[in-house]
Design a protein around this ligand. Sequence first.
Ligand code: KIV
Ligand code: ZN
Length: 501
Amino acid sequence: MDKIIIFDTTLRDGEQAPGASLNPTEKLEIAYALAEMGIDVIEAGFPVSSPGDLESVKQIAKGIKGPVICALSRAIKLDIDAAAEGVKPAKRPRIHVFLATSKIHMQYKLKKAEDEIMRLATESVRYARKLCPDVEFSPEDATRSDNEFLYRIIEAVIKEGATTVNIPDTVGYTQPEEYGILIRGIRENVPNIDKAIISTHCHNDLGMAVANSLEAIRNGARQVECTINGIGERAGNASMEEIVMNIKTRKDIFKGIQTNIDTRHIYKVSRLVSKLTGFVIAPNKAIVGGNAFRHESGIHQDGVLKERSTYEIIKPEDVGFMGTGIVLGKHSGRHALAERLKELGFILNAKQLEKVATRFKDLADKKKNIFDDDLVSIVEDEIKAIKPVWSLEDFQITSGTKIRPMASVNLRYRNKLYSASSSGDGPVDACFKAIDKITGTRAELQDYRIEAVTKGKDALGEVSLKLKAKGKVVTARGSSTDIIESSVRAYINALNKIESL
Ligand code: KIV
Ligand code: ZN
């Protein structure tokens, strides 16, 4: 069997998506989940970019056992030193050096000629190899680079000790056939290519990231760089779950090829990344979208009832999707709740279970049937990676078509109660203004969305919002059967997140 190394860059390229900021605790939580799922390499960050990023990479390198822990670096000594410091605590560290090789980047961005780029690439890989036994090199914008120059630079960095050569489609420009030919060309024209692994790194600007990565595998690439839910710069990166499930589902095409990923973790990790980054997953997103396993038309439902494979090419349970059947209600006990949570992949300690059980009872009083997605939403809401600074005690609103909406909000901070009232353009706006008065924040709401978690009039409403305050932009969520309460919870979560960054 030929193994494909899955290199996850959710915490580096994924976090570069505008508004996807994660704090160090959240990054560590995601890194644990990635390791548990069987990811081979975790790109934990870009240490020179900020002291916070360096610390976060160090924490991951110290705490996560199993995968290779990688840090990004430009072809500059200062960057390489920071990357080396970041990954030093890891059992299996890697430094990833990148430098652009396309004419357009060399001329306009770097203002350097080919020979200067060649010198910088070789010197930086040589230097990185002195600090770390595992070094990856990326000729940035490889797909728009001159092939002959690309072959020469790849040969030179391998001579200096690069163990992986990554071929980034930085701007998502290439097409599957073209990218496959490029990978094959590298295999056929770089004399020492057998001494390194060829890697793919595809962006999704033309919606081709996954198709391009798969074509590269068919032409000899053995590492794939990707992110959970395909998040990343601009239109994002190749999505991990789509690549892995293509390989698994189409064994007839990907003959003899396998990955280390325990696919039953996919749904849970996807939800975790969505929750912590605040990036909502489109319902029609392949593999992890809310509709990925829903059959609406009568003909399809009939087919699935007779034989699932008529309309399902993937078993939902193979990606950890447990369905949306009614699971619990008002009379379900704590034991049943803990058991169901365990089945959904959440092992909670006594204190966490207590919190979730209280929210569950509140919800069961308002809502007859509690679905798996309701439970996941409660757990994700309660078991947050961020220590709450402000928490909601209660609120009251008066609103109507002929009166100006008013809100009174009570928040708790270190066991003390704080209150404020405000009017607003609507009840949600009034609540946010009252919270701003209490917390003394001047926040700018940049995005606000509401979505029903499950079906029915009593469904939980989940609010996701993007907030800018104190020079930071964060995304956060909150859920409740009352959409004003969901909004208030999301707003408080966002303020707490800003405090934690
Ligand atoms: O897209 C890109 O070129 C990158 C490199 C740093 C590998 O993210
Ligand atoms: Zn990238």
